[in-house]
Write a protein that binds this ligand. Structure first.
Ligand code: PMP
Length: 334
């Protein structure tokens, strides 16, 4: 295990112990009973999608993942508006005319979360081109459908992963460049790249894949943004590295800046990851998950690391324990 320098990371004084933060989370991903579907609440069990929906054939859907967390003031959705703005941005790039505003979508998310009585949950808004001809011009003839589904979600990769980290491998699949697909859009078709990389990683006995760009710089993991720590500095890349600029990434950048941690946002190479003191990934589902190994090279994990400190700060923020950030929370019961 590489030794990280004995650095006193800034003291996130208000943050309670990690036991408080990840204590009683659900273990499964049980589906909820209701969906928000094109503006109305429907039974999830009765809902179907046409087998000739354009999205099923050509990947023409855009989506989001939003977390609901328990707080002292009841359940709350984290950075709801930012997610819905990104959804409409992704839809716009694909010529998808979504007949709902950001406000409509935020209200719909709150309504379906309330109806389903969720607390530790994941919301999946998805807009897709529906049934129509077999053409590759769905914007001309296929109806746009939008739904928001909810399901239970605790620690996506397990609590062991949050504490001890995951093992990652560099994929033989490269990340598609922005000259081929709009990398900032969170679109279903794009995830074929992630699925290939994640399958390969699992087949090789690893937990996740790291995708490189064609020029050898690092892009992201199959479903999250990457950060690394070297000495006292924190590093992450940006949209020039074909990443989805994550909302979790943005939250970590804000928390790090508040704590006075020096952050460099620039592209970086595989070698920089392999000689880093710490590497961690961020995402709505994965939250802040350390990497304990990349291709046999060990990385520091544990309570003394910056990743663990930022993870505690993140979990405290999303559960409403840092009052300065309560504007990031949309409470189900105001
Ligand atoms: N990159 C990819 C490829 C992802 O799937 C995700 C998860 N949505 C992210 C980055 C992180 O985005 P966010 O923090 O907004 O969930």
């Amino acid at each position: 295990m590489s030794e990280i320098p004995a650095v006193e990371w800034p003291n996130f004084g208000q943050i309670p112990s990690e036991e408080l933060l990840v204590g009683a989370r659900p273990k499964g991903q049980a589906l909820s009973n209701y969906l928000w579907w094109n503006g109305e609440i429907r039974s999830a069990h009765a809902q179907s999608v046409h087998y000739y929906a354009n999205a099923l054939h050509y990947g023409t859907a855009v989506f989001e993942g939003i977390r609901c967390y328990p707080t002292e003031r009841g359940p709350a959705l984290f950075r709801l508006r930012d997610h819905m703005e990104r959804l409409l941005g992704s839809a716009r790039i694909y010529g998808m005319d979504v007949p709902y505003s950001v406000d409509d979508l935020c209200a719909g998310a709150l309504e379906v979360a309330r109806k389903n009585g969720v607390s530790n949950a994941y919301l999946r808004p998805l807009a897709f081109f529906g049934y129509g001809p077999i053409d590759l011009t769905p914007k001309k003839e296929c109806a746009v459908n939008v739904f928001i589904a909810t399901r239970e979600l605790g620690s996506f990769l397990g609590e062991k992963a949050l504490r001890n980290g995951i093992r990652a491998t560099v994929s033989s699949w490269r990340k598609f460049p922005a000259s081929c697909l709009p990398t900032m859009a969170k679109a279903s078709g794009h995830y074929a790249n992630s699925v290939l990389a994640a399958h390969e990683a699992h087949d090789r006995g690893y937990d996740d894949a790291i995708l490189l760009n064609h020029d050898g710089t690092v892009s992201s993991t199959s479903g999250g943004n990457l950060f690394f720590v070297r000495g006292k500095a924190l590093f992450t890349n940006d949209e020039l590295s074909s990443i989805i600029p994550g909302i979790t990434r943005d939250t970590i950048l804000a928390l790090a800046a508040e704590a006075g941690v020096t952050v460099s946002v620039r592209s970086f190479t595989r070698e920089e990851l392999l000689r880093a003191d710490e590497v961690f990934m961020t995402g709505t589902a994965a939250e802040v998950t350390p990497l304990c190994e990349i291709d046999g090279i060990p990385l520091a994990t544990g309570r003394h690391t910056l990743a663990a400190t930022l993870q505690r700060a993140y979990l405290a923020t999303v559960t409403g324990r840092i009052s300065e950030h309560s504007s990031w929370l949309s409470f189900l019961r105001p």
